[in-house]
Ligand binder design. Sequence first.
Ligand SMILES: O=C(O)CCC(=O)C(=O)O
Length: 306
Amino acid sequence: MATAFSTRIDADPVTPAEVAAFERDGFVLPQRGLDAVSTRFLVDSIEQVFADNANWHNLVRMPHVPLRDGQDEGVIGGERLFRIAIHPQIIAAARALIGPNLIMWGGEIFAKPPGIGKATPWHQDCYNPAVKAGPGRPHPRSVMIWIAVDEVGVDNGCLRFVPGSGRNGRIEHIIDERKTDAMLNFEVDGRGVDFDSAVDAVLSPGHFSCHDVFVVHGANANTSGRRRAGLTFHYMDAADLYDRSFGVARGAGEGRKPAPLAQRPIWLVLGENQNPGNDFVTGHQNLEDLDALAEATRLELNRTLL
Ligand SMILES: O=C(O)CCC(=O)C(=O)O
């Protein structure tokens, strides 16, 4: 397994034209991705997570958190994926898209096995109740960075984005509690959404798509003969609030397991916290080594990126 890890940052991880496309469409597929050494590290780390953890099919929550005493979620081997979550190239991309003060607030592996990988219904990510707009802000500002682990194409069910579909903010979602054949048991009310204009996020390993909380996106089932795996991390503007007050979110994803959002660890990864309500203590039991690494990386990136 590759242990070498590069912290290389491209001069322009997301170009000004790509930032403009993100602002206009709610998503972008930057031309640049992780460097070759980091991509190898990513792919090997994910393979090791699949080898060491049962039940990785379709959805693994909080894969950057090592499974340790006091942690409800996470995986054996999460330490390696945490390094990707704070990778300077990824943080630099998030900084270009949503600004200089960033909190990393979650992540998943979406790994869809050949032939049986479930579809992801059309949805917006603002259904997540944890992230609230800070004072005086109309909407929360987050970016979800979805990094390809496998070659991801139309045949194995790549993510698909409807350009501009988040322009008017939140859209109603229809819940179907009986639905078990898809990744989610809810779907956006499609009236007024131009699904015909959807763009396929075709990506090679180490390359990523970036989307905001309002753009409508989904994925077809993986009916191909090859796996479709991606690793995603969520970054929010530190002026917004990671709101722990609602407790546990109802189960929505694979297995319908309730998500203990209020107990999750979050990390300040760039700049400074701008909202005193953000709590960086809850959920950090036995994660001192990750906290130290995140803080050292933040201080270094504050010098080099800001
Ligand atoms: O990979 C998938 O199928 C779903 C990903 C998704 O909905 C997301 O990253 O917000």
